[in-house]
Write a protein that binds this ligand. Structure first.
Ligand SMILES: Cc1cc2nc3c(=O)[nH]c(=O)nc-3n(C[C@H](O)[C@H](O)[C@H](O)COP(=O)(O)OP(=O)(O)OC[C@H]3O[C@@H](n4cnc5c(N)ncnc54)[C@H](O)[C@@H]3O)c2cc1C
Length: 389
């Protein structure tokens, strides 16, 4: 059970009437990537979340190592994972990847990201917008929270799949969302070295199981692309198969369809914009990537290089410019569970050649490449080039 650290009672003074330059709603991967990008801009930036920074892990916390290095958060890495192993009912295939994954400590990673920003932070539950519709040029946006209304000219929704500041929310199970549940048992003996993925219909009809090694613990879970299918039983079954205790549960929905990255004057980044790849359910790297892109646009407004309206347009186009990659992932998400298991196994074996692995995983990394995080000065102001590329 997670201990709740969020300030309560008298510590929660009213925020009514607060007015800032930038309001970032959500202090996880996307929100903190936006905040980090605004460091030194001179803007008054406020980040709000219903929990303290890093309090509630939202995933298995595995991301490509080059992204963690590029974000300056290597200190949060628990274990580097150079190999992936895919198992079907007909056998296993183990790949040495052209780049490695790393599991990390969520709290530490969030702290490190926040330290790189100069934003203020408050715990508050975001409830929605005060007024609907697009704000007039120069008008601020009012956001309702359980601590009062906060106003800002630039508002980011990085609140995850609920997209609280959007006009139309998603309601599972009737929404393009996948569901995931995992347990985090301690690993007493030698920790496993591979990122394991199970593609077995007896475990989950349309989805996959995983085990992510993370130093002293494993993150064992099952994800279903069919939101109506519950995954608790299969998560427990997988943990028991691995002779691990099903303890420390954590679950959530994750989107598998791209959504508009702006709406009525608000910027959306991460899961709120569907910035999570279908098939793999990988949404941390993309939350960083689009969070950075969003932050750069906000910075251009603060530095008076763009109007808010232009920044909204640029960011919207930048995000939509990636629709092909998201569509390919969604197509594969439909295809892979429909393949006969023997054919799937043969396909996985066919990939097991270094040049094929390099091509396939290279393409995948390129869809949100870590170089994007490393060169803000070169890239600043060149988002249009990226979106049309
Ligand atoms: C079980 C599981 C395992 C996963 N494993 C991986 C993985 O290993 N690697 C990977 O790349 N992806 C993984 N994903 C997907 C990944 O977790 C998401 O894509 C990623 O967390 C998206 O980041 P985000 O910042 O957009 O949103 P989130 O991480 O969901 O953060 C949203 C933030 O908003 C806050 N918030 C929400 N509503 C409110 C509100 N009303 N008021 C105030 N605050 C609010 C939350 O507290 C949270 O801090 C996994 C998903 C699941 C469900």
């Amino acid at each position: 059970m997670t201990t709740r650290a969020t300030a309560r009672g008298q510590a929660r003074t009213s925020l009514e009437g607060t007015s800032v330059d930038v309001l970032i709603c959500g202090a996880s991967f996307a929100g903190l990537a936006v905040a980090r990008e605004l460091a030194g801009s001179g803007a008054d930036v406020l980040v709000v979340d219903r929990y303290e920074i890093g309090e509630r892990p939202t995933s298995a916390c595995a991301a490509p190592t080059p992204w963690l290095l590029a974000m300056g958060v290597s200190e949060a890495i628990s274990q580097e994972i150079p190999h992936m192993r895919f198992t079907t009912p007909h056998g296993s295939v183990r790949y040495r990847l052209p780049w490695s994954w790393s599991s990390f400590d969520y709290r530490r990673l969030c702290e490190l990201l926040y330290e790189q920003s100069d934003a203020r932070f408050e715990t508050a539950k975001v409830e929605g917008r005060l007024e609907e519709g697009c704000p007039a040029r120069g008008e601020s946006i009012a956001v309702r929270t359980d601590r009062g209304v906060i106003r800002a000219a630039l508002v980011v929704d990085a609140l995850g799949w609920r997209r609280v500041l959007g006009a139309c929310g998603y309601q599972p199970p009737d929404a393009p969302l996948s569901r995931g549940l995992e347990v985090h048992p301690p690993v007493g003996r030698e920790p496993t070295a591979d990122l394991d993925v199970w593609l077995e219909r007896s475990l989950v009809r349309r989805g996959y199981g995983w085990c992510v090694p993370a130093g002293g613990e494993a993150r064992v879970g099952v994800g279903s692309y069919a939101p109506a299918q519950h995954v608790r039983e299969s998560t427990v079954a997988l943990a028991e198969r691995l002779e691990m205790e099903p303890v420390r549960y954590q679950g959530n929905w994750f989107p598998h369809r791209l959504r508009a990255a702006t709406e009525d004057g608000v910027f959306f980044a991460g899961d709120s914009a569907g910035h999570c790849f279908a098939l793999s359910g990988e949404g941390i790297r993309t939350a960083f990537y689009f969070g950075i892109a969003c932050g750069r646009e906000l910075r251009a407004v603060i530095e008076e290089r763009r109007s808010r309206e232009d920044a909204l347009r640029h960011y919207h186009r930048f995000s939509a410019g990636h629709r092909r990659a998201f569509a390919v992932a969604l197509g594969l998400q439909h295809l892979v569970p429909a393949l006969p298991p023997r054919l799937l196994t043969l396909g996985l074996r066919a990939i097991d050649r270094q040049w094929v692995l390099e091509r396939a995983f290279g393409w995948y990394l390129n869809q949100a490449h870590p170089a994007f995080a490393e060169s803000p000065l070169q890239l600043r102001g060149s988002l249009i080039g990226h979106s049309s590329g």
